[in-house]
Ligand binder design. Structure first.
Ligand code: HEC
Ligand code: HEC
Ligand code: HEC
Ligand code: HEC
Length: 145
């Protein structure tokens, strides 16, 4: 066999050995337990604490606002959509932010856009708002008021 072919075979064989050893060493022990994924990742992900606490969690302390919001048109827009993630409130974060720039917040959903569904009321902001904050006229918790 010519020398250069022999070298090539030795090289390929060498790489194969490295690959097999590497796979043995680097594959997590739980990898094939249930299938082609790392079984340990499932309890790891399940143990994470969600940053969003849901609107129901606000009810006990902000009862009055919750009652009004839960029957109003914004009931599909959860509290944390506007006030940010509530993990740690009120224990660590005494107060959740109150959105100061309502124009920025409200136009996220209400700026007239082609392709936005008609079920989502839309306004042409420059014409509708005339530079005022939306909450000057609209109650963010009960927008139909
Ligand atoms: C265990 C009780 C509790 C829960 C649950 C709770 N809050 Fe609060 N929240 C408070 C207290 C107490 C304050 C401080 C009130 C104050 O100083 O006027 C506060 C303040 C706030 C403020 C700021 C009000 C202001 O005047 O600055 C916002 C916004 C807020 N909470 C939103 C929420 C939202 C949204 C949820 C649910 C995801 C929630 N809170 C859940 C007790 C709670
Ligand atoms: C569509 C956005 C939006 C949603 C949804 C929303 N908020 Fe608010 N919230 C605001 C804005 C904007 C303000 C400030 C109002 C203002 O400046 O007049 C505010 C103010 C507040 C305040 C304190 C200031 C005040 O007016 O007394 C609390 C507390 C609060 N929200 C709690 C909640 C809770 C609890 C929910 C869910 C049940 C909720 N919010 C849902 C936008 C929202
Ligand atoms: C995450 C999306 C979202 C955000 C943010 C949001 N809205 Fe809405 N809003 C909606 C949807 C969806 C509806 C329609 C609900 C329905 O009719 O069932 C609605 C309805 C309304 C309506 C119509 C009420 C009526 O009479 O039919 C007004 C006014 C309104 N929102 C104002 C605001 C204002 C002001 C803000 C900011 C403080 C805001 N919205 C933020 C999604 C949003
Ligand atoms: C000067 C008061 C005022 C301000 C400021 C204002 N609105 Fe309105 N808005 C109204 C009135 C009045 C109506 C109901 C009559 C109409 O449809 O024009 C309305 C209606 C709406 C509707 C419902 C439209 C529909 O088709 O049902 C939406 C959505 C809305 N406003 C969003 C906003 C947003 C977002 C802002 C801030 C960028 C804002 N508004 C600022 C007075 C105001």
């Amino acid at each position: 066999m010519p020398k250069h072919i022999l070298r090539l075979i030795v090289l390929i064989f060498g790489l194969l050995v490295v690959a097999v050893i590497g796979k043995e060493l680097l594959t997590d022990k739980s990898f094939y337990r249930f299938g082609h994924y790392r079984a340990d990742s499932v309890p790891e992900i399940a143990a994470q604490i969600p940053v969003l606490q849901t609107a129901a969690s606000c009810q006990e302390c902000h009862a009055e606002r919750f009652e009004k919001w839960s029957v109003a048109k914004h009931k599909t827009v959860t509290c944390e959509n506007c006030h940010g993630a509530a993990l740690g409130h009120p224990q660590k974060i005494a107060k959740l932010p109150i959105p100061t720039d309502a124009v920025k917040l409200c136009t996220r959903c209400h700026e007239a856009l082609t392709g936005r569904p008609d079920t989502q009321p839309q306004v042409e902001v420059p014409k509708h708002n005339k530079g005022r904050q939306c909450v000057a006229c609209h109650n963010p918790h009960v927008p139909e008021e």
